[in-house]
Design a protein around this ligand. Sequence first.
Ligand SMILES: *[C@@H]1O[C@H](CO)[C@@H](O)[C@H](O)[C@H]1NC(C)=O
Ligand SMILES: *[C@@H]1O[C@H](CO)[C@@H](O)[C@H](O)[C@H]1NC(C)=O
Ligand SMILES: *[C@@H]1O[C@H](CO)[C@@H](O)[C@H](O)[C@H]1NC(C)=O
Ligand SMILES: *[C@@H]1O[C@H](CO)[C@@H](O)[C@H](O)[C@H]1NC(C)=O
Ligand SMILES: *[C@@H]1O[C@H](CO)[C@@H](O)[C@H](O)[C@H]1NC(C)=O
Ligand SMILES: *[C@@H]1O[C@H](CO)[C@@H](O)[C@H](O)[C@H]1NC(C)=O
Ligand SMILES: *[C@@H]1O[C@H](CO)[C@@H](O)[C@H](O)[C@H]1NC(C)=O
Length: 333
Amino acid sequence: MSLSVGLAAFLLATSRVQAVTNPELSVQGCDQLTCPSSARNDSICSANNIGVGIASNAVNVSKADTTLTLTLVDGYPIGIYQTFPYVNFTTRSLYLGAPSNADLKAQAPGCALLMQYDQATFPYSDMKTLPDSFFQNTTSCPTSLTEGDTMQSLASVIQQFRYSNSSLLRCEALSAFVQYTLNHQNSTLGAFSAPLISVTGGAVSGPDVATSPAKIIDSVAGTTSSSCKPVKPSDYDLYDVASATQILRDEPMSQNLTYGGRDGFTPVVSVMYADDDDTNPDVAVLCMHLYNGEGQLLPFSTINEPTGGATTVKVAGWGTIFTSVLVGVWTLL
Ligand SMILES: *[C@@H]1O[C@H](CO)[C@@H](O)[C@H](O)[C@H]1NC(C)=O
Ligand SMILES: *[C@@H]1O[C@H](CO)[C@@H](O)[C@H](O)[C@H]1NC(C)=O
Ligand SMILES: *[C@@H]1O[C@H](CO)[C@@H](O)[C@H](O)[C@H]1NC(C)=O
Ligand SMILES: *[C@@H]1O[C@H](CO)[C@@H](O)[C@H](O)[C@H]1NC(C)=O
Ligand SMILES: *[C@@H]1O[C@H](CO)[C@@H](O)[C@H](O)[C@H]1NC(C)=O
Ligand SMILES: *[C@@H]1O[C@H](CO)[C@@H](O)[C@H](O)[C@H]1NC(C)=O
Ligand SMILES: *[C@@H]1O[C@H](CO)[C@@H](O)[C@H](O)[C@H]1NC(C)=O
């Protein structure tokens, strides 16, 4: 009797652990856009200290029969050197690309969560697998986040969440829940220290989704409406999803095991519910690495490159490999 109850409980528990995916989608930068150069010069794509990554087909809204794009931007709208309080930072902002006629508000709720590590990107702690995992142009996550049952642990935290009437919107509440649970439940998530993880999220479908295009991203000056939006397909509009402050730390000017600066990867987790009461959402993790408008690495931990271009960036301990890959990147340009 108690055995069968135990078995039933076990089956119930395991049946709730759903597959989490890490789709391998291409991440493209501004250099892959087809805008005319005049329009491009007028857009955020012209700034070499702003990073952009565009992942098409990143969110599937099955009922609307449409696939949406996620665009992640670093350094816009804010990148600032501050003298007081003594902290330099940029913003890492997530946008949703959707056809202007997609009625996303009428769809079931969906969220995208932007994850940070020590208030910056996740460092490539499995650097031994360089160069493949370091220069990510796809959404595949490094083994530091996929090893063992890491992805399933993350998905099971997301599945524990129940939304109840609250002063927070659903995706805000989900983000707070996931961050709190990760920070307090286990000491690690994959190769990472769980208490250092923070989560910020917003709606990609459902009642809370933004309905006015994020005009601010059209132009650095904010005055003209550039026709060069960092989105593919190019006729999609961009909508705000979430934005998080990214702290620029002084030293060392390279990745280490706890700080990825602007040049590690950002896990973006899509959580798509079937309806308001669904407790078993589809979860997909996309790991995104950003490049500047010329397809080069961002400055590691400053807004502008400190001296003369990306080649001055060093990776402690892996300098040789890093430099040779950079040479490879240079020759491609
Ligand atoms: C990523 O870059 C590698 C090496 O440059 C290239 O072979 C591969 O086709 C690229 N993948 C995508 C999805 O763009
Ligand atoms: C765009 O900027 C590039 C680099 O600054 C410059 O070479 C090019 O002439 C500009 N194009 C237009 C149309 O302004
Ligand atoms: C969305 O659907 C496309 C096409 O079927 C697929 O390639 C992509 O991986 C899906 N995206 C996610 C996040 O599952
Ligand atoms: C915490 O660790 C346990 C045991 O390894 C695992 O079953 C659980 O999924 C983990 N939870 C998180 C949030 O990593
Ligand atoms: C949520 O709470 C507010 C304020 O307490 C109340 O006005 C509203 O009807 C509640 N909504 C639901 C769906 O319970
Ligand atoms: C902020 O950036 C400036 C300019 O690079 C630098 O001189 C200063 O040391 C930085 N401050 C902090 C706290 O990182
Ligand atoms: C990594 O770099 C950050 C920023 O410079 C620093 O605060 C931290 O102590 C470093 N961690 C290690 C393990 O070296």
